[in-house]
Design a protein around this ligand. Structure first.
Ligand code: 1CP
Length: 348
């Protein structure tokens, strides 16, 4: 039953072993990814070509015994489809040619036509489902409205979020307008992934943790709630589980669980037993090994895996993952040690 471990764990049903997948399990730490990216010419080409996106999605599953595939794409496809001009600067990550900073610029944004502007994403989902042929479930994803807005307003990665926080404090109604158009876009985008076959969806709120508690509720959580409420059933009529991951969201787990999400993603700044004691049987928990543990030697990795499993304890509802993504400098053998240790130590 390894093919349904992930979906059973998200539904808090018993499993034969704890399912494991890793954020950024496809990508630069894999030589076969680097080779394909070089051939393709750019990261965006990989995302926008369904055959290549499918190939990159499957690469880590050929090497490791992962219990889920995650669509290879990026959260910034939505602002790219809104016309902001996404490009990548070597060593600096993603940037936009046209950031949005003023109420006028925000007022001009509209929800992209998914079929016309982002049709390559559901096309990739369909192709991946066909290739996986029921062996492994497929997770779709999107960025949270707040996290997308940080990139759109800052113009790229940021250290202190000066531009978006100025907007938040000086012109909150303009920021709400931006977050509203993003929430409607993300809901349509995730629903297109679900219609194409995504069996679970994760919302990445990578930068929700830079907000105050009140700011988090008003500018991040409220819009993730709107998305969870707008998710449609799978083509077979079943409910598709949503996973909410706010990096730095440890203080707010109770209100995250109130959204109706099936699972919460935990970073490494909270112990999973403490998180479980707070949200208990309301949601499944995903996480939460410190990604830096993957630098250590395999015997050490195994002990830290054992610790996270022991802290979660018995009972249903654990999906093993890192507290954030695999970094490009990790040795593939170390990922194998992690995955095998999860299955070995959790086998029922
Ligand atoms: O080859 C390259 O140089 C591109 C590197 C890269 C990759 C492999 C980027 C650019 N995006 C991705 C893939 C990606 N991005 C996935 C693939 C599926 C997987 O295997 O997990 C996913 C889920 C994302 C999501 C994503 N993109 C997030 C949320 C998750 C997280 O890591 O916090 C964020 C914040 C982004 C923005 C982004 N895109 C790329 C980079 C390097 C970044 C981060 C920039 C920053 O540090 O602010």
């Amino acid at each position: 039953m390894s093919h349904d471990r992930l979906l059973r764990a998200l539904a808090r049903e018993p499993v034969d072993a704890t399912p494991v997948w890793l954020m950024r399990q496809a990508g630069r730490y894999l030589p076969e990814y680097r080779k394909l990216r070089e051939q393709a010419g750019s990261f965006l080409t990989l995302c926008q070509n369904p055959e290549l996106a499918c190939e990159v999605t499957l690469q880590p599953l050929r090497r490791f015994d992962f219990d889920a595939a995650i669509l290879f794409s990026d959260i910034l496809t939505i602002p790219e489809a809104m016309g902001l001009g996404l490009h990548f600067v070597a060593g600096e990550g993603p940037h936009f040619h046209h950031p949005v900073r003023t109420p006028d610029e925000i007022a001009r944004l509209t929800v992209p036509d998914i079929d016309r502007e982002l049709g390559y994403v559901p096309a990739a989902v369909e192709l991946i489902r066909r290739e996986l042929d029921g062996r492994t479930p497929l997770i779709g994803f999107a960025g949270s409205p707040w996290t997308l807005a940080t990139y759109m307003v800052e113009g790229g990665p940021s250290k202190n979020y000066a531009h978006i926080k100025k907007l938040m404090y000086d012109a909150p109604e303009a920021l709400h307008q931006l977050l509203d158009v993003l929430a409607r876009s993300v809901a349509a985008y995730l629903n297109a992934q679900i219609a194409a076959g995504a069996q679970a969806v994760q919302i990445f709120d990578t930068w929700g943790g830079v907000l105050t508690p009140a700011g988090y509720r008003e500018f991040s959580l409220a819009y993730m709630q709107a998305i969870v409420d707008a998710l449609e059933p799978a083509p077979d009529g079943s409910r598709v589980p949503a996973i909410l991951f706010t990096k730095g969201g440890g203080p707010w787990l109770e209100s995250m669980a109130d959204t109706g999400a099936a699972a919460l993603g935990l970073d490494w700044t909270i112990d999973i037993d403490a998180a479980r004691a707070r949200v208990g049987d309301r949601v499944a928990l995903q996480g939460n090994l410190d990604p830096a543990v993957l630098h250590a030697r395999p015997a050490v990795i195994r002990e830290h895996v054992r610790d996270v499993l022991a802290r979660f304890g018995d009972g249903p509802g654990h999906v093993f993952n890192l507290g954030h993504g695999v970094t490009p400098d990790i040795k593939p053998d170390h990922v194998a040690a992690l995955v095998d240790a999860v299955h070995e130590f959790s086998a029922r």
